[in-house]
Design a protein around this ligand. Structure first.
Ligand code: MG
Length: 384
């Protein structure tokens, strides 16, 4: 069997590391063709030694030293050449595990090159999902989501007619503030917020889980990935995080995808699709877990989720603005420059000031993104 050649963009983050674990567990099926990382050069060095990729993108300042060490590897500037890596001829699957807007260029390049794209990043789809998915269709690329909820929906939709879908139920763990009244949210420090109960994730997405903006992004992401209307996407709080999402069909049947909370599961499925093979994850023991609970999200407690729905309804450049403002606001919170509930205030303010472009080009989206970042930074300054 010919091994699938995989590019892991963002190889030192939590999704990247788990992707490499899956690849290492199935060395007969997969090989690492390219790695990209930015900050964690020590781990990147280890990964190069272990997986022997032909192509590596990293921070420009470290390339000279690495080139000396690894003569056979071709090095690229991660800030500039990520799109080039994503479109390389010798690559079958592009795993996009970089955070933030940095995923946009490689996603687009992979779509244009007709690759199998396994996005873990949601920002690219939130910002420019319509443009990206149009390029995917035009170039017969394939998108197999890695995000656990989107993977669940993808799996429930397999082999079904899209016209038969009534609704999608996106599940949310509810994050660390699920049972905390809004008035008490500002008592939570960065450290409290980062002690997330269900999934091991990066800092940005963990804060987004606490505000539930992460779920808002996933609403927009699902809309774009699966061609749904915003009214067809329902969020359900499900603290056990066993049901990763569900699809309800016109006859009333609901299909759910269940599994342990281990990212290796959706990652592996994206890599082996449409096959299923044994994985290194523990098995799901429903009897040991006891009960599964579901509730409607409290939009007064989590106004960021309502804001995301609003941006999705406005569409055009609004989701990109939502994403950009959130990225700046979360960063300010993580740096201790503002309190937790200010994240929502900043994003709301920037969204209110935004003048929407309904059918944006990529350049409109990039401009809206840049402007939103400036506005968010200004607003944060004023708050301080
Ligand atoms: Mg998710």
């Amino acid at each position: 069997m010919k091994r699938k050649r995989i590019a892991v963009l963002g190889s030192t983050g939590s999704i990247g590391v788990n992707t490499l674990r899956v690849i290492a567990d199935h060395g007969d099926r997969f090989e690492v063709a390219a790695l990209t990382a930015y900050k964690n050069t020590a781990l990147l060095e280890e990964q190069i030694r272990r997986f022997l990729p032909k192509h590596v993108a990293m921070a420009a300042g470290d390339i000279a030293r690495f080139s000396k060490e690894f003569g056979r590897v071709k090095f690229y500037d991660a800030a500039r050449d990520m799109a080039e890596i994503a479109a390389l001829k010798g690559i079958d699957i592009v795993v996009i595990a970089v955070t933030g807007a940095a995923a946009l260029a490689p996603f687009l390049a992979a779509a244009r090159a007709g690759k199998i794209i396994a996005p873990a990043n949601k920002e690219a789809l939130v910002m420019a999902g319509d443009i990206l998915m149009a390029e995917v269709r035009r170039n017969a690329a394939v998108v197999i989501p890695v995000d656990s909820e989107q993977s669940a929906i993808f799996q429930c939709l397999e082999g079904r007619n899209r016209q038969d879908v009534r609704q999608v139920h996106l599940t949310a763990s509810g994050g660390p503030l699920r049972d905390v009244p809004r008035a008490e949210h500002d008592r939570f420090t960065v450290k409290d917020i980062l002690a997330h109960p269900r999934w091991q994730m990066g800092a940005k997405i963990t804060v987004d889980s606490a505000t539930m903006m992460n779920k808002g992004f996933e609403v927009i992401e699902a809309q774009r990935l699966f061609g749904l209307s915003i009214g067809q996407i329902n969020v359900l709080v499900h603290p056990e995080a066993v049901v990763h999402s569900m699809v309800e069909f016109t006859d009333g049947t609901v299909l759910a995808q269940l599994g342990v909370t281990d990212m290796r599961l959706p990652i592996q499925y994206a890599l082996t699709y449409p096959e299923r093979i044994a994985s290194g994850t523990p098995r799901l023991d429903l009897a040991a877990g006891g009960s599964l609970n579901f509730a409607r999200p409290d939009l007064e407690r989590f106004p960021s989720l309502a804001l995301a729905y609003e941006a999705a309804r406005i569409a055009g450049t609004a989701p990109a603005v939502l994403n950009a403002a959130d990225e700046v606001a979360v960063e300010a919170f993580l740096q201790g420059r503002m309190r937790f509930t200010a994240i929502h205030a900043v994003v709301e303010q920037v969204l209110l000031q935004h003048r929407n472009i309904r059918k944006p080009l990529l350049s409109d989206i990039e401009q809206a993104d840049a402007r939103a970042r400036v506005r968010a930074a200004e607003y944060i300054e004023r708050l301080a």
